[in-house]
Design a binder for this molecule. Structure first.
Ligand code: 13P
Length: 251
């Protein structure tokens, strides 16, 4: 059995003003340093306004920092966007690409997301490529074809287990309090693993995170699954105690 070090990632989305965000990040860094040896990698993805300061307060800790999105181009006339080299330049190590909220709110396609992932790789960032079906797609029995299709197009050929993490987030489980069942998560993660193994020499080493209403009360059963290598946490990552409890599940 391949040992993949879990990754517990917090996606703060469009939350936190400066005071709250820096308190959360520095509290997390302090807890991680106090604990010493951790059973997982830790990542926080704050809003762009706080990235640089969060890098500052987590600098000497085990807490990694990532952006929530990047543009596919390295620079240029793209008002409001952030290029992957800009994230790398301020000390971020990761970037989320293809979160379902960006697919929905900004009309991002899997092709767009592949381009962003390539830009992330070119900037030496780890791309966290997000995939997941809507409730309607699940009800139609299309979950595996939708998710496999998103993985096939969104994950670039140059992906490796070192520069890419996959996050499976069923859209209907995000922010709803409704978590996918252990059996539903296992089925999709196993299918994603099979696709990765088919396509990449190190497909067995990629980390596949689950996201969607992960909280302290359900983290352990989800993280115990063979192909669940961590979590992408929204709401619960905004509460230091809750996020820390999820991290401690991996201890
Ligand atoms: P919630 O944990 O709030 O459901 O959000 C999940 C998510 O979208 C993380 O990217």
């Amino acid at each position: 059995m391949t040992q993949r070090r879990p990754l517990i990632a917090g996606n703060w989305k469009m939350n936190c003003l400066r005071a709250d965000g820096l308190a959360l990040a520095s509290g997390l860094a302090a807890k991680a340093s106090e604990k010493g040896t951790l059973g997982c990698d830790i990542l926080v993805c704050p809003p762009a306004t706080l990235l640089s300061d969060v890098v500052g307060v987590t600098k000497d800790s085990a807490v990694g920092v990532g952006g929530q999105d990047c543009h596919a181009a390295v620079s240029g006339a793209h008002t409001g966007d952030i290029a992957a080299p800009m994230l790398a330049d301020i000390g971020a190590g990761y970037v989320l690409v293809g979160h379902s909220e960006r697919r929905a709110d900004h009309g991002e396609s899997s092709t767009d997301i592949r381009r962003k992932a390539i830009a992330a790789h070119d900037a030496d960032l780890v791309a966290v490529v997000c995939v997941g079906e809507t409730e309607q797609e699940r009800d139609l029995g299309a979950t595996l074809s939708v998710v496999n299709g998103q993985v096939a197009v969104s994950v670039p050929d140059g992906a490796t287990a070192k520069n890419t993490v996959i996050a499976y987030e069923p859209v209907w489980a995000i922010g709803t309090g409704r978590t996918a069942s252990v059996a539903e998560v296992a089925e999709v993660h196993t299918a994603i693993r099979a696709e990765l193994v088919k396509r990449f020499a190190d497909g067995n080493e990629f980390r596949i995170l689950y996201g969607g209403s992960v909280k302290p009360s359900n983290a352990a059963e989800l993280l115990a699954l063979e192909d669940v290598d961590g979590a992408l946490v929204g709401g619960a990552s905004l509460k230091l105690e809750d996020f820390w409890k999820i991290i401690e599940t991996c201890a």
